[in-house]
Write a protein that binds this ligand. Sequence first.
Ligand SMILES: Nc1ncnc2c1ncn2[C@@H]1O[C@H](COP(=O)(O)OP(=O)(O)O)[C@@H](O)[C@H]1O
Ligand SMILES: [Mg+2]
Length: 152
Amino acid sequence: MLRLISESPAETIAIGRRLGEAARAGDVLLLQGPFGAGKTHLAQGIAEGLGIRATVTSPSFILAQEYRGRLPLYHLDLFRLERLDPATAEALAEYFEGDGVCVVEWPALVPATWREGATSIVLRPLGDQVREVIVETGPTHLVEALRRAARG
Ligand SMILES: Nc1ncnc2c1ncn2[C@@H]1O[C@H](COP(=O)(O)OP(=O)(O)O)[C@@H](O)[C@H]1O
Ligand SMILES: [Mg+2]
């Protein structure tokens, strides 16, 4: 477990950038936290770390957005998903099993088998600009990248 403090949107993006730089094919990152916690800012940073210049937004009507970088980025926002029916599960499975980096906002409905080896991150607002970023679990290459960054 690793706990970081972000004191601005730019700092949250910088944390994401470290993750994106260290990410490997097949990494799955589950981003949890309420509206406005900073999940999309963290995803934007991950995109930047993967060398993606596009702006990452949370699309309103689609569940997943693909970006091309050093590795493909699959950005999923499952807020609107009410249940994981078989057709949707089949469509989403390719993102979790793919050769890219899969970043998921609102991952509550993600099945346990897809969470194996995933990085679980919780963002918690502590104030207007302050966010607690808790990395509950994740592979060494990502956790250590953040630890090194935290030490400066
Ligand atoms: N330290 C911080 N990190 C990330 N966002 C922050 C921070 N402080 C304030 N904010 C604001 O909180 C909001 C976070 O938005 P967003 O990343 O879309 O959150 P989410 O995807 O979790 O709903 C933005 O309006 C951003 O400006
Ligand atoms: Mg969002």
